[in-house]
Design a protein. Structure first.
Length: 47
């Protein structure tokens, strides 16, 4: 069976997220809280 991928490394290793993106995700995860009540769960974002 023929190989369908190249031997070169992917460009994904050169990709880095911006500092703003990292800060946004960290702040979002800090503000997110999940509360379980019975069989239901509620996601609440505190702004």
């Amino acid at each position: 069976m023929a190989k369908l991928y190249s031997k070169k490394k992917l460009a994904a290793q050169k990709m880095k997220p911006k500092k703003e993106t990292i800060a946004f995700l960290l702040n979002f995860s800090k503000a997110l809280s999940i509360h379980k009540v019975g069989n239901s769960s509620f996601e609440i974002i505190a702004n």
